[in-house]
Structures are given as C-alpha cells and as structure tokens.
Write a protein that binds this ligand. Structure first.
Ligand code: G6P
Length: 611
C-alpha cells in the first residue's frame, strides 16, 4: 500500500527511482512522483495514474539530472488520486520533500495548528509531515526525527529529502516496512526488497520505531527511544527471473502456471511419503507445534483467510483440536478468548498486513503463542511471531494472489499433519495416504492446465451473454474454494461474484438464480458431502441456471447445458489444491476477454499496510 524509494550515490537518480517504482507498483498505482535534488532545489515530477504515465509526462528524463532523490507510488487514502495529492509533497519553502506510506491519524489537528503559518497544497494527510520538517530540519537530525515521532500518530514509513542537503535522506518507520540497500558508493531505500535486490544483495531492515538517514556510504539508525542502534546486514539472493513475465502476457498467468513448482518447493524435505510424517526446519516451529495447545485460532485477510478456512477443517480433522479461522480485521476489535494454550496462526503472504499484525500484538498481550505462515522473509510478521513457517512461493507480483494461495494451503496442510501426528490423533496409515496424495498434487495441478482452452471458450461465452453476476458454490473443504473463486473473479474482472456454501443456497441466494446467473460449483467425489452437493446443484438447475462444475467424478451426472471441468484428485482432503486452479484460470480468462488490467486491478493493492 504505497511504495517509497530513495537513492543517494554517483549515478543519475531519476531512472533508478522510476525503475524502483515500477518494481513496487503492485503496492499502489493511483499516482506516482519523483523529487531529485538539483543544485539546491528539487526537480519535482508527479502524475496521476501509473508510473508509466509519469515516465510519459517526463519524456526521456528531461531536466531530472541529480544523484539524490526520493520517489513514491500511491494507493490513495486521504484525497483523490490527483496530481496535487501525488507525493512527494513539499514544504512552503520548497526545500523539504516528503513521501509517506501509511496513515497519519491526527493529521487534521496538526494541519489546523500549522495552517496559520503554512500553505497547504493537497488534501492528503502526508503533507503535514513536510511542513513539520520545515520547522525542524536543522543541523540536529535526531531532534527532527524525535519531533516527528512525538507528533505523528498512526502508521507511517516516511522518507524526506532536503534540497540544500543532497548528502542525506531522512527516514522513519512506525508500522509499514522500510529497507535500506547498501551498494558500492551508493545507498538505496525502499518499501520492498524487489526494488533493492537488482542493485545490491546487502539489506538492512529497519525495526518498527527505527529512524535515521542514508548517505552515499551507508545508513545511521536510532531506535524508538532515540538511542543509536545497529541492525544486521543480511545478504539476500535475487531471483531475477521471478521478477519478469517470462514470455507470458501477465504476471498472474505466469504465477498460476508456476504452481506445480510452488507445491514441490513447499513439500520438499518437509514431508515423508514413506512415514507420513511432516516436519519443519525453521527455528522454533517444531517446539511450538509440540507445545501444550488447547485451541488454534487462525487470523488472516483476503486470500490468506480462505486458506485459513480450509486449514480449520484439516486441523479439526487430523489433530482433533478446536480451530477457527478469523478475519483479522474483525478479530483485532473483538474480545477474543486467547490464552497461553492458544496457538494463534497468522497467515500472510506479505507479512505486512496491518490487521493481521494487530491480531498478533493482541494475541501476544494475552499470552498466546504465535506461529506465522508467511512468504516474505524478514517481514514484520516473521519477526514478531514466535516462529515462522516459510511459504517458499518466491516473488508474487500479480495483485490477485494465486501461487501464494496454494503455498499457504501447503504450509497449513503440513502443519495440520504435524499436529495430528504429534497428538496421535492421525493414525500412521492415514498420514501415509495423505502424504502420498500431497506428493501427487503437483502433477494434478499441472494436469488441470489442460482445461485452459475449454475455460477460454467458457469465458468468451460469458462475455457474449453479458453475464454480470456469478455465484460460486461448494461444501466442506471446498466451501473456501468457492469463496476464493468468487474473490479472484471480482478482483480482476469487476463482475459481481459471491461464494456460498452450497447448502446455504436455499437460505436466500436461490432467489438470485435465473438463466442469466453464472453458477460455478465445486463438487468432488469422495467428499462426505458429494451426494448432498449434487442435490443442491439440482435445486439450482431447477431454477433455470446452467452450471459450470469443477469435479473429479468421471461419472458426474451432468445435465444438458452444463460445462464440466474435470480435474484429477483422488482424495477429498487435498482436493482444494486442485479445484482452485480452474477457478483461477476462469477469472484470468474472463478478465483477459474483458480486457481488464489483470495484474493491477483498479482500487486494489497487494500489500495492505493500513487498516
Ligand atoms: C490484499 C491482497 C490479497 C491478499 C490480502 C492479504 O487484499 O490484494 O491478495 O490476500 O491483501 O494479504 P497478505 O499479504 O496478508 O496475505
């Protein structure tokens, strides 16, 4: 949610900063802006819309010479996505430029106080920071940081530059991430590793509350009390090919097609087909899972919540432990009963989702143990949890999560298996059978790709028939699959889609059914609920709907007009992995047929660092 970048070094800052914004654009794409220091003043360029619009407006980098600067790509919170509201924001003198990721909750009071002496040009909460620094940026940078810390309330990653001090870029973090990349005679700063790693593997992650500055030769940091601190320099390998589309028209398609590989990576060296045992080598995970646990509470948002919903079934089934999957945005404001014997599992691709982090802090205050299931190593969640299981999905760039969903499912499946074996509630023979199925998933997912031509035809039909409303239904472990199918479709096609438990249709949604409603059902043979789901589908057909059915049943009783998308899955417990894939492809192909902006759907961002 907003990407910030900074650079000081010997090279031209403008192209480096624009490239950094492009690599972080999935954090928000309402507007973009760059401020480069040029002989005591800023060359400031801003444009509403994508980074590409900024590049077009600036042309070949005209009048942007300079070797230090800051840049921002915005996901609008306060103020419409206009040029005036685009960052960087300047103070009245034009000497201080500020970029910000987060929300300043007390900006209205600050603005009121400053309005007498300062001229505001935007409607944003962020502009107050530039005016605060105008009064404070003297020789004592520590005092400037301390005053920001004591004045600003909310979540912020703030980066600021002074036109007359091209040797220093100021930064402070309270919430959203900030990372420094140490180069050779040059230093980079960004919200995301993706913007730093193409230039340097040497990364310093600011801890929450840290502030400081970068110079050409490195960074200086103080903690939240103003005490100088050193944070470890990590060396992180960059998989350049993961950041490219690899010949595919969109990152989303590339990431869908990477899923067989994602599953292999998730299970390798963690699962034994011979013994049915799962194990984790990440520090502290085994101890947490073997500890005294009465209950598991999973907390997550969006797609990660859907994975948590599936995991709830697995944990209760394999480990006979009470489990619930909670929306982090709700749980954080509820009064949950959590104690030392509750294992809180926080699931997050980015590890930076504000609501999920708030749940972790709430759980910690109540004495619960916290296990993170996370993709981004070094993220706030991975550092705040008692232990972290890595999703091993690699970089995901498409805003709509695909391969990270399957990676979350895989990590949670292993966790449930481990809990089941540790508690002796999962007999060895069943554990071996589940492990065998898990090891076959990669191939089953790859086979599901052969459905693509059929799904393309289906997408074209939906466009031809102007189908504007969709209902996804499933039961049991595939109820969350239906929710995820609906989420993917609405995210990237902007068509109305709902996910429902098939058994719930008669409690309201059946009223929506007519021949114009697109109904997509997941109906897997082997599930206890297979026959029940067939009856639910018949009730839908009777009301005039034509169905699209994802099923593993070779003898599925299709009616005329049904489209059957056959998948291979021998086992009900692992069927969500496979059943999800045709739904991802359907959302993708429909969005492609509708010419939607698949990798950057409107109004969304990949990493949601504000409430
Ligand atoms: C945003 C993304 C979703 C993601 C959700 C949770 O809404 O667009 O794809 O599922 O945040 O993100 P997390 O990083 O915590 O998994």
């Amino acid at each position: 949610m907003c990407g910030v970048a900074g650079y000081i070094g010997g090279r031209a800052a403008y192209p480096l900063l624009v490239e950094a914004l492009q690599r972080m654009e999935y954090r928000g794409y309402d507007s973009a802006g760059v401020a480069v220091i040029q002989k005591g003043r800023f060359a400031l360029r801003k444009a509403p819309g994508r980074v590409e619009a900024l590049s077009r407006a600036v042309g070949a980098g005209r009048d942007t010479a300079g070797t230090a600067g800051i840049a921002h790509t915005r996901w609008a919170t306060h103020g419409a996505p206009t040029e005036a509201n685009a960052h960087p924001h300047l103070d009245c003198s034009g000497r201080v430029a500020v970029i910000h990721n987060g929300i300043i909750e007390n900006f209205a009071q600050i603005k009121k106080r400053l309005a007498k002496r300062h001229r505001f040009r935007s409607e944003t909460d962020s502009e107050v920071i530039a005016h605060l620094l105008e009064d404070r940026w003297g020789d004592d940078l520590l005092a400037a940081l301390a005053s920001l810390r004591s004045t600003l309330k909310g979540q912020y990653a703030v980066v600021a530059a002074h036109a007359e001090r091209p040797d220093t870029i100021l930064m402070i973090r309270s919430g959203p991430p900030l990372l420094v990349g140490l180069g050779d005679g040059e230093t980079f700063l960004a919200s995301d590793l993706a913007a730093l790693l193409p230039h340097t593997p040497r990364i310093v992650t600011l801890e929450d509350g840290d502030g400081g500055w970068i110079t050409r030769t490195g960074c200086a940091l103080v903690d939240r009390t103003g005490r100088p601190v050193r944070r470890a320099v990590q060396t992180i390998r960059w998989e350049a090919e993961k950041a490219e589309k690899g010949g595919h028209p969109h990152y989303m398609l590339k990431e869908i097609l990477e899923q067989p590989e994602t599953l292999l990576a998730a299970f390798t060296d963690r699962l034994s087909v011979q013994t049915g045992e799962a194990s984790f080598s990440e520090p502290g995970v085994e101890q947490l899972l073997a500890g005294p646990i009465d209950r598991v509470v999973l907390a997550a948002c969006g797609t990660a919540w859907h994975a948590s919903l599936v995991a709830r079934y697995w944990i209760e089934d394999f480990a006979r432990l009470a489990a619930s999957a909670e929306l982090a945005s709700e749980l954080r404001y509820a009064r949950p009963v959590l104690d030392r014997r509750t294992l809180v599992v926080a699931v997050s691709q980015s590890g930076e989702t504000a609501d999920t982090l708030a749940c972790v802090r709430l759980a910690r205050a109540k004495g619960a143990r916290i296990l993170a299931v996370v993709n981004v190593q070094g993220s706030t969640l991975s550092r705040e949890a008692d232990a972290a299981v890595w999703m091993r999905a690699g970089l995901e760039i498409g805003v709509a999560a695909t391969k990270t969903y399957l990676a979350q499912l895989a990590a949670l499946f292993l966790m449930a298996l481990r809990l089941g074996r540790a508690r002796r509630t999962l007999p060895p023979a069943r554990a071996r059978q589940l492990a065998r199925e898990a090891s076959a998933l990669s191939g089953q997912v790859a086979e599901a790709f052969t459905l693509r031509p059929e799904i393309q035809r289906l997408a074209r039909r939906f466009v031809r028939e102007r189908c504007a409303n969709f209902m996804f239904v499933g039961r049991g472990v595939n109820f969350p699959t239906a929710l995820e199918g609906a989420l993917k479709l609405k995210e990237i096609t902007y068509r109305h889609a709902e996910g429902y438990g098939a058994g719930e249709m008669k409690h309201g949604p059946l009223a929506l059914v007519d021949p114009h409603l697109g109904v997509i059902a997941v109906c897997m043979k082997g599930e206890d609920l297979y026959d029940k789901t067939l009856s639910n589908l018949e009730e839908i057909r009777t009301r005039g709907a034509r169905l699209v059915v994802v099923t593993n049943a070779s003898d599925f009783p299709a009616a005329p007009g049904d489209v059957v998308l056959g998948v291979k899955s021998r086992n009900p417990e692992t069927s969500p992995f496979v059943a999800t894939v045709p739904l991802q492809l359907l959302a993708y192909e429909l969005a492609a047929a509708l010419r939607c902006d698949i990798d950057k759907p409107r109004n969304l961002a990949k990493s949601v660092t504000v409430e």
